[in-house]
Structure formats: structure tokens, C-alpha cells
Design a protein. Sequence first.
Length: 136
Amino acid sequence: MATEAFEDIVADFEFLEDWEDRYRYVIDRGRAMEPLDDALKVPATKVEGCASQVWLHPRIEDGRFEFDGDSDAMIVRGLIAVLRALFNGRPVDEVPKVDAQAELARLGLNDHLSAQRSNGLRAMIERIRSVAAEAA
């Protein structure tokens, strides 16, 4: 059920054996994202439950779910990039059905993120699911 973009990340993670390299990879993916326009960094797009500042700006285009995001923490920007690879481009009604925890477990992230980062990641996933469910 994973997208091609997410499968590419899984393949890259298999190639990178060291967790420091994997963290750098995630951070680099975040750096490669366009920053979210400051006008979109408003309370309505802010995700509560994250240790750092996180904003997600979802939209539905031609029945497909898309979102942009940003954070003041580089690792979290990278996690947003990973979530974009997992969710962006899917039909909006498929988004709530994605087992994000299982897909992310394929990367081993659950075992290597702090409790606060894991909670923030869950909060981002819940926001994505709820927005998609409302739109569907």
C-alpha cells in the first residue's frame, strides 16, 4: 500500500546501515523541501502534541491528498518529508486507511526516535488522517 516515493525511502534505508547515516538522510530530505510560507504558519495549521513547532498545510487536488509542512527542528522537517512520501498523491479516501505505523516501522523509526518525537509523529499522522477523513 506504500507509494513509490515511500518505497524509495525504504530502499535507501536498507542501503544505509548506520543510524547516524539514516538520521542524516531524513534531515537531508527535510532540507530539500520548500519551506512553508510564513502566512500558512497559523494556529489552524499548527500541530499540537509535538515538542517542536510543526505546521501542516493539507489540500485536496483532483480528489488526491497533498500536504506541505514545516518545523523549526531539522529532524522533524525530515519526518514531514517522509510522511509526504507516504501520503501525498493518494486518493483522499485511501489516506485514513494507510497503516502509517506499520509502514514507518519498516524504517525502524519507532525504535530510534525519542518518546517526544514519536508522540509528535503520531500527532502529525492523526492530523493528516482527520483532514483526509473530513474531506472524503
